[in-house]
Design a binder for this molecule. Sequence first.
Ligand code: F6P
Length: 356
Amino acid sequence: KKRIGILTSGGDCPGLNAAIRGVARASYDLLDCEIIGIKGGYKGLIDADYKVMASHDFSGILTRGGTILGTHRTPFKQMRKIEEDGIDKVANMVKHYNQLKLDCLVTIGGNGTHKNANLLREEGLNVIGLPKTIDNDIYGTEMTFGFHSAVDIATEVIDRIHTTADSHDRVMLIELMGHKAGWLTLFSGIAGGADVVLIPEIPYSEEKVYEALEERRKKGKDFSIIAVAEGAVNKEEAAMSKKDFKRYREEMPFQTVSYRLANQISTNLGFETRVTIPGHQQRGGSPSAYDRVLATKLGAYAARLIAEENYGNTVSIVNNKLRATPLEDMAAKLKLVTRDDDLVKTGEAVGLTYGD
Ligand code: F6P
């Protein structure tokens, strides 16, 4: 009987339960197995907090947001640090994996989760990763589940904001999630017909944003929609060292980049401005149909890899096909937007501005 551990780690997102269910159902179908749910991400493996699951635990969860296993952020940097809490986290995880007599561990998460999963692989554990995140920034896969649900939610926010912007002749800024990656803002900005899209990968200049707004005003459009990723930076900030940037942002009188820009726009151009921050709504609630299918596909493929004892990989989508990609490749870097990406060009072709 194979013993399969499953954990979800990092920020939650729609589709985690669909993926858990996909792994479980396909594993029960392919193998004689027992599934052990590790609670609260890697923390559960560090502390031996787990539950032996029964097949009925996976019923009725396909459409539910969040994760039935719970999750926690366990930063990679703290994994090997034992001086802070006196706990050798890596050693504990290896010990508990062995005590639980696991044949493999399925880790469902984003970039941080993949780095930790790779660390456990290096320790000799059998690990399989599944890529989730609303940021869609995991290297080595074209798509992560959670992303499309977040795009749908963010697009609906932009659509709803549009009517007020138009009726009141306002410049409305919508701040979307994404500290490092602008995929969510780019997709929903294009889907929602934003006029300006500001993302971390393309530093902006305020003047270019003003020009775009003035250009619209000249054409008789007195309102505009600006989609801003929370990690968007202007050109001066992009040129700063990491340390200077951190200090600068901490001392910034505005809570977020979109409030700063709203203030600059109203001061310099005289527009009435408003800011909307949908925040964790972008990660909450039921997964979209697309994400339910994607998460199920990735989960079921993980079960196939377990049956083949093909460990040390993440299930990924390459050329729209399911693949097993080495964990160490996936964990190595982030997949960020590039200036010459087709989607960036598409946005430009239909008149949106990136402020660069
Ligand atoms: O990594 C996913 C993400 O949703 C980011 O886009 C966002 O910046 C971050 O998590 C927020 O995380 P939390 O508030 O849960 O710590």
